[in-house]
Design a protein around this ligand. Sequence first.
Ligand code: T4K
Length: 370
Amino acid sequence: MESNKQITVTSPLLPDLDEFNELLKDIWNRKWITNNGHYHQELEKALCEYLKVPYISLFTNGTLPLITALQALRITGEVITTPYSFVATTHSLWWNGIKPVFVDIDPATGNIDPDKIEAAITSKTTAIMPVHVYGKPCDVKRIQEIADKYGLKVIYDAAHAFGVEVNGESILTAGDMSTLSFHATKVYNTIEGGALVMHDEQTKKRIDYLKNFGFAGETEVVAPGINSKMDEMRSAYGLLNLRQVDKAIEARRQVAVKYREALCDVPGISFFDDMPGVKHNYSYFPVFVDAEKYGMTRDELYFKMKEHGVLGRRYFYPLISTFSTYRGLESATQENLPNAYRMADEVICLPMHHALSGEDVERIINEIKR
Ligand code: T4K
């Protein structure tokens, strides 16, 4: 029976229900359930400390901080971004009336290729929006040099990069702002949720206004803000999950070690190694299928696994640039994005989460090996 159970790509990290109930009782007693409440403030403090960032503003998901960061920085015109991401990255530009300009990725990381950014800059370019895809850090130094040279802002979509550090420093302090997603499927979740990381108090204040309709006090509205506030229940849940996230990341790391050991000699299957000096969060475990060498296409393997109850996901296929909203853009062509097209056609993210058993991992590995 056990061996027929479905293994999903992820499974949410859930706090202890009794502990959560205790906090819910406290929220009931306080009768303050949203709008910068006690647990909201506590979670912002705790996350600043855990993530080693100066300021953070909680959001109701990981999409609205992208939209709000663009608004706060008054980004207009064109923004250079990657097609190899979840569609929310590019949608945030659309919501601000900004034209996305797609730049190809570096096949060694899946992240935007800094060598190709300059050629895409025009007089209308105002910012770069890279993604630390799968939590692998972008080349933030090179990207900043280009941004400084052309006077561009940089907003990182760090939805996958919770807790990722480079040489002991948070990746979330790179650029002008970074966004996080705390969706149920992420390493750290608040059910739905997200955050924006910024460098200074002034910006934090502005973001806090923008996520509350633009209110800067009882009667003053300073900008056309949106409602994207996190409530007290999810903030409390988030505080509890923060206590166990290190353990969950360690469990994920152990799964990654097993995958790498077992799959390193399978012809036609490749994967990323850990990067030197980087504290990874093991949010995803993408493998890439070279059909000729493996003897099966990615899709053949994907559906075969699915038939046997192993539910990997093809993150990120199809590319954002192929969706109807974006496919008419000049930068959306396959000729412009050869590496992204290839990666999207070869990738399967294997199940990766804290609760995978040794038996689960063995089943997944056998699916690929047989
Ligand atoms: N930027 C990037 C780079 C992103 O990847 C994302 C989100 C965003 C921005 C936007 O952040 P949010 O606004 O979403 O906070 C998922 C997530 O919905 C999405 O958050 C995520 N990226 C994206 C990569 O994946 P789906 O449609 O693949 O999820 P779904 O519902 O098919 O779930 C996948 C598997 O997870 C299920 O088969 C089983 C498991 N699962 C899922 C849920 C929701 C559970 O076991 N329990 C659950 O409650 O999009």
